[in-house]
Write a protein that binds this ligand. Structure first.
Ligand SMILES: *Cc1c(COP(=O)(O)O)cnc(C)c1O
Length: 434
């Protein structure tokens, strides 16, 4: 294979110094290249569809900061808006009309939302949404699905226990078992298991939280039967449906995945695209649910930097720039489809068995034969082959997510010719792996 595990000398030196300063050399685990091997490239800057590393390498960016950079990097409208906000001061700890500007744009896209709160991350958003669900219902348990990720709050770092029943066990050291036990874990795309969970624990369940299109086990779409069950079963038992749109919101459609699915949930969490590359999350829902939040209600939630003016400005400019792009979501769908078709074709020609799952501008190449419908299917992938392909692709100037179990996030900055470049590089990388 032609992909080198070694980075350039500047990245190698920076990683050595970083390993002395940060656990594993990074401030978020997947950046460390742990599952693909080798040394992460340190980024110097980014522009449009490209990221540039500190050794002068240029890469077509399919990571997009793990989702936020849907317009590509340094979009002029976003940059101008942040610069203008900067000159008014960076934080006040008092309300501003910038928060209203972003909130109005969110509600315009999520019509069921009466009220919302901004946070600084997706983790805070899902954590707070579940607290609201618990406060609103007076119940303690929540249901999540195997392989889905909702940020790193204690009660959500939970894996399925052994046996048929589904009380969660910690998936991270430091999470107390009694906290994990408040989370029930069910397999994704299994309506019968969801029914069984509610049949056994229905009176105690405050909410079901779901990624409406799985991205964090790699891309896996819910089946029509599972979509119908999610919309119906929790409500029948008096539980709330909390949709985690941190990855999918403002990406899969103007109104997110729930627009594609035709869902009306009780609460929704956002992040990533909402902040246009600055730290923003948010959660919102019906007045009935959200009026439990303090100071109106008894559910406490707060943030020193929440609604930060620079972050609000970036979010407003990002959503406006998407709207100003002709047929933005049709274009994102077309980019995703062209990418997926090209990847399938390249793998087939090289004789490498893969399954490519793609929904809009989210795509995963699973190195395995056969459908991927849940976490067990995804986990059967050949991660060593993925790692070789990843490095072969990186060596050809394509920055793909450094993990089998993640989605690639193409942006509106990719031209058709650039998508073709990615497909050609990927085909050559498949040939290396074969
Ligand atoms: C990224 C992500 C989160 C966590 O957001 P952070 O901003 O990283 O805290 C939560 N849920 C989903 C679906 C995500 O993809």
């Amino acid at each position: 294979m032609s992909g080198s595990l070694k980075a350039g000398p500047r990245s190698e030196a920076a990683f050595e110094r970083s390993k002395a300063r940060f656990p594993g050399g990074v401030n978020s685990p997947v950046r460390a290249f742990g599952s693909v091997g080798g040394t992460p490239r340190f980024v110097e800057r980014a522009e449009g569809p490209y990221v540039y590393d500190v050794d002068g390498g240029r890469y077509l960016d399919l990571v997009g900061s793990w989702g936020p950079m849907i317009l590509g990097h340094r979009h002029p409208d976003v940059e101008r808006a942040v610069e203008a906000a900067l000159r008014h001061g960076t934080s006040f700890g008092a309300p501003t009309t910038r928060e209203l500007e972003l909130a109005d744009r969110v509600v315009d896209r999520y019509a069921f939302v009466d009220r919302l709160r901004f946070t600084n991350s997706g983790t805070e958003a899902t954590m707070s949404a579940l607290r609201v669900a618990r406060g609103a219902t007076g119940r303690d348990k929540v249901v999540k699905f195997v392989g889905q990720y909702h940020g790193h709050a204690d009660g959500l770092l939970v894996a399925a226990g052994s046996g048929a029943m589904t009380t969660g066990v910690p998936s991270s050291a430091g999470v107390p078992a009694p906290v994990a036990a408040q989370t029930l874990v069910a397999p994704f795309n299994d309506p019968a298991a969801l029914e069984a969970t509610f049949a056994e624990h229905g009176d105690a369940i405050a909410a079901v939280i779901v990624e409406p299109v799985s991205g964090n086990m790699g891309v896996v779409e819910p089946t029509p039967a599972f979509r119908a069950a999610l919309h119906e079963v929790p409500r029948r038992h008096g539980a709330l449906l909390v949709v985690d749109e941190v990855m999918t919101g403002f990406r899969l459609a103007r109104g997110g995945a729930i627009q594609r699915h035709g869902w009306t949930p009780d609460l929704v969490a956002w992040g990533k695209v909402l902040g246009g590359g600055l730290p923003v999350g948010g959660f919102g829902g019906t007045a009935a649910a959200m009026d439990h939040v303090s100071p109106l209600g008894k559910v406490y939630q707060a943030g020193t930097l929440s609604g930060n003016p620079l972050a609000m400005a970036a979010g407003v400019a990002t959503l406006d720039a998407i709207d100003a792009t002709p047929d933005a979501y049709a274009r994102l769908d077309a980019i995703g489809a062209a990418l997926a078709d090209g990847l399938r074709d390249g793998a087939a020609r090289a004789g490498v068995p893969v399954t490519v799952n793609q929904v809009g501008a989210m795509a995963t190449v699973f190195f395995r034969d056969g459908e991927v419908r849940d976490f067990d299917d995804a986990a059967a992938s050949d991660t060593a082959a993925f790692g070789r392909w990843f490095h072969a692709l990186l060596a050809r100037g394509v920055w793909w997510p450094p993990s089998q179990f993640e989605a690639a996030f193409p942006s509106l900055a990719l031209s058709d010719a650039m998508v073709e470049e990615v497909v050609t590089a990927a085909a050559d990388a498949f040939a290396d792996v074969a």
